[in-house]
Design a protein. Structure first.
Length: 98
């Protein structure tokens, strides 16, 4: 196993607050691509946003910090981070609401 593969991690992030209708998904997508993580972001029918980030610990940590801040006009009340066992294909996308 290469050093890079050994360092790769995947985290599922649940964000609650005023996070829909404020450009949160587009903000996360843009920042995730800038940071260089793989994964996705999507709205949830209960009003929250969910994201999955895959990459090095430092990059995933930076993506999680983006979620704690959010775009202008949003209000982040809670960010819950869970370990994920699946891997993500290369790239970052916005997925449909679930």
């Amino acid at each position: 196993m290469s050093d890079q593969a050994a360092q790769r991690m995947v985290k599922r992030v649940r964000i609650e607050g005023l996070v829909q209708g404020v450009g949160f998904r587009v903000f996360v997508e843009r920042e995730a691509r800038r940071i260089g993580v793989d994964g996705f972001v999507r709205n949830r029918r209960d009003g929250g946003v969910e994201a999955v980030f895959a990459g090095t610990s430092a990059r995933v940590g930076a993506a999680i910090m983006v979620c704690k801040t959010g775009p202008r006009g949003s209000r982040v009340d809670m960010v819950k981070v869970l370990d994920e066992t699946c891997d993500m294909p290369a790239g970052f996308a916005v997925h449909p609401t679930v």
